[in-house]
Design a protein around this ligand. Structure first.
Ligand code: KG4
Ligand code: ZN
Length: 344
């Protein structure tokens, strides 16, 4: 790599690529926090007929879409191929086939442009939504990552210092919403539609359990989902908005309670919520209230940065390269079960 071609970090142009699940995403960032392009192509229509992500179909679709999306991102940013100074790509956690597609493409660009290739942990990337939306207000904070694939509580001491302090033992919060939503015909992913219907329903209509609410920082949503299945079997005429409102209330209650508990235990006065479920309106009402009573403030980055995108990947890669001195590596391999605990 010819380092003389790399400009100062404040103006460095980073290309980010994200393909860990069912979003093909490409972004271009200047100086780590200025978004020049942030394009997301969602495969949800492709997977809707399966009611979940079909890995083989996802890989093929990433492969089909990625080249044109990179070209489109460059055009949107007004950057030529020779303007790319760093390539960041998600290498885990996620689906191995989809990860490989993004990583191969990213490596090809890094080799062709002779620039560093920086591997990014998808969960760390989610946290960088905070840095992109509020660059001045950094760690320490308690991160709540709640998406379709993950639900975890992370102590962020500083960027690059992550300790996972709790999380789900089975289904992710988004997955729990999607699965029950599917049962009542809300399609895939059901979270946004459940959010909407819940506004018209009674959250006290069904007394769903709050699993593990009083025990530590771990969570469990599988039992709650089963409770909803049995409830529907025994009470098939329950109005869907009431069912949605009650079920969502239970999920939100658990997330809010655990996040506040974690922040208090760690003496953190700020909670940052990221991941697709951070878009949920009920969570946005309940958590700040609950946290506020304890003197804890809550930040929700804009939904476009909370859901899967590549701007957060590029931001994380930029930080790893410039602030942490992480060298690029072309021998990066996918790590489907990559943990965030202790990952730098
Ligand atoms: O972060 P994300 O885009 O992708 C993953 O990494 O999974 O999160 C997608 C998840 C899905 O489960 C979806 O149903 C949920 O986020 N979601 C919502 C809302 N918008 C997306 N859940 C509740 N309310 C919403 N408004
Ligand atoms: Zn994600």
């Amino acid at each position: 790599m010819d380092r003389s071609r790399i400009t100062d970090p404040p103006t460095m142009i980073a290309l980010g690529i994200e393909t860990s699940c069912d979003e093909t995403a490409v972004a271009i960032l200047r100086g780590g926090d200025e978004i020049l392009a942030n394009l997301v192509y969602s495969q949800t229509d492709l997977h809707a007929r399966y009611g979940g992500v079909m890995p083989e179909a996802a890989s093929r679709d990433h492969l089909r879409k990625l080249p044109s999306l990179v070209a489109e991102a460059l055009a949107t940013a007004g950057i030529g191929w020779d303007g790319i100074e760093l390539v960041g790509v998600t290498y885990g956690p996620g689906l191995v086939g989809p990860l490989l597609v993004g990583m191969s493409h990213a490596a090809g660009i890094a080799v062709a442009r002779d620039v560093p290739l920086i591997g990014v942990n998808h969960l760390a990337a989610h946290l960088f939504a905070q840095r992109l939306s509020e660059p001045a207000a950094g760690p320490p904070f308690l991160g709540l990552v709640a998406s379709g694939g993950h639900t975890l509580l992370v102590r962020v001491r500083q960027w690059g210092d992550y300790k996972v302090v709790g999380g789900t033992r089975d289904d992710a919060a988004g997955e729990a919403l999607d699965k029950v939503g599917r049962l009542v015909g809300l399609g895939y992913p059901a979270g946004p539609r459940m959010d909407e219907l819940a506004r018209q329903g009674d959250p006290t209509a069904v007394a769903f359990p709050r699993p593990m609410i009083g025990s530590g920082l771990d969570m469990s949503f599988a039992g709650l989902k089963t409770a909803a299945v049995y409830w529907l079997r025994d009470h098939p005429s329950t109005p869907v908005p009431d069912l949605c409102a009650s079920y969502l209330e239970a999920v939100v209650d658990v997330l809010a309670e655990k996040a506040v508990q974690a922040a208090r235990r760690l003496e953190l006065t700020r909670i940052v919520v990221v991941g697709g479920v951070a878009a949920n309106r009920r969570l946005r009402e309940v958590l700040p209230l609950r946290a506020g009573e304890r003197g804890i403030e809550v930040a929700f980055p804009p939904p476009a940065l909370c859901t899967d995108n590549a701007a957060i990947v590029a931001a994380c890669a930029h930080h790893r390269f410039t602030a942490l001195g992480c060298p690029g590596s072309l021998t990066l391999v996918p790590d489907p079960n990559l943990s965030l605990d202790g990952w730098v």
